[in-house]
Design a protein around this ligand. Structure first.
Ligand code: SAM
Ligand code: SF4
Length: 355
């Protein structure tokens, strides 16, 4: 049944602490019932910060000349993938700024094939490479990628326009999401929460958008301003506590309204509070994406102020994360792809490996 917009607006507008706690508890019950309490890890490699786009919120936008640009070479990516596989993470995410040249898209194909090879086909592969043509998405799917993350950022076309330069197209982004679905990817999207001009009504509209587009996975996080961007002027009035609560309420509302989708507890939550990702799990999320990029590149991928996890691929921080997940009574789905139950409930490509 299509979720009720007014009910979602009410959840997102809660301000009383005990009512907000009750919302998280309700979402947790829904999570237990529909997806269980197993957390799946996706090791994320921030492959390159070179981007042809210039989104007003993002620290690695092409217009930010203060960032040193990098691309990690194939050997290093494969070494990171091997590490990820040895940690039994089950899945890897390759993320980068947006580039459409053939040299770049062929490089990604090579990486997909290489990761399949070093892991004996076991490591699941998610891509987050922005907007591409249908042919490119197909090429990557055929090479072995099976999930794709492309946030719509906001499902309101007018709000979208205020956050992007005029040559960035909402219509194309939406078309890309639909193409990914058509090609059989498990398709993830999401929004930033707390954007300037964004209301509870916009966010409720986003949840209906996820429902209407039949989305399998969600990656959402609080917007956090970056000083070298056009939205950097918001730093002075930014309230991290409010931003964290806004992000958690959105996770809870999505879990209650959409039930069986995978929902990531994102790094932006951790940026606002060291235990932010664990709070995300308790509000209804079931996926964590530990950063496995070599620490030498981390400075170059600062999307927002105070991005955490500078030593996250160290074994000690992996063990800490494991401990804190176990301490909230959840388990970890090691060596599993952890596919979205929502996706699994639909007709499948018979060549996909069950997890
Ligand atoms: N370039 C690809 C794209 O845009 O889909 C993938 C990489 S992009 C850095 C990944 C996500 O980072 C974006 O979808 C956006 O939601 C998020 N992001 C960028 N700037 C942010 C900010 N200031 N605060 C929170 N999230 C941000
Ligand atoms: Fe590029 Fe993605 Fe950042 Fe936009 S959000 S500037 S597309 S990396």
């Amino acid at each position: 049944m299509r979720p009720d917009k007014q009910e979602i607006i009410e959840m997102l507008s809660l301000t009383d602490k005990s009512q907000i706690e009750a919302l998280y508890k309700k979402a947790y019950e829904v999570k237990k019932q529909y997806v269980g309490t197993k957390v799946y890890f996706r090791g994320i490699v921030e492959l390159s910060n070179i981007c042809s786009k210039n989104c007003y919120y993002c620290g690695i936008r092409s217009g930010n000349t203060k960032v040193g640009r990098y691309t990690i070479c194939k050997e290093e990516v494969l070494a990171e993938a091997k590490w990820c596989h040895e940690q039994r993470y089950g899945s890897i995410v390759l993320q980068a700024g947006e580039r459409e040249s053939k040299a770049w898209t062929d490089f990604i194909t090579e990486l997909i094939l290489g990761i399949k090879e070093i892991s004996g086909g076991k490591l699941g592969i998610t891509l987050s490479m922005g907007e591409q043509t249908e042919d490119v998405y197909r090429q990557w799917r055929e090479a072995g990628a099976h999930r794709y993350l492309l946030r719509i950022e906001t499902s309101d076309p007018e709000l979208y326009t205020t956050l992007h330069p005029p040559n960035h197209s909402y219509a194309r982004r939406l078309e890309c999401i639909r193409t990914l679905k058509k090609l059989g990817y498990q398709t993830g999207t999401g929004v930033m929460i707390g954007l300037p001009g964004q209301t509870a009504e916009h966010l409720a509209g986003d949840i209906l958008f996820f429902y209407d587009e039949d989305i399998d996975m969600l990656g959402m996080g609080p917007f956090i301003p970056h000083h070298d961007t056009p939205l950097g002027y918001l730093i002075g009035t930014y309230d991290p506590e409010q931003a964290l609560t806004g992000g958690l309420k959105m996770i809870a509302a999505c879990r209650i309204a959409l039930r069986d989708v995978n929902i990531a507890s994102t790094t932006a939550l951790q940026a606002l509070m060291p235990t932010g990702r664990e709070l995300g799990l308790l509000a209804g999320a079931n996926i964590i994406m530990p950063n496995i990029t070599d620490t030498s590149y981390r400075d170059g991928y600062q999307l927002y102020e105070g991005k955490p996890g500078l030593d996250e691929n160290a074994r000690s921080s992996r063990d800490n994360l494991e401990q804190s997940i176990l301490s909230i009574g959840e388990s970890i789905g090691y060596d599993e792809w952890g596919d979205s139950r929502h996706y699994k409930g639909k007709a499948q490509d018979p060549t996909d490996k069950p997890s």
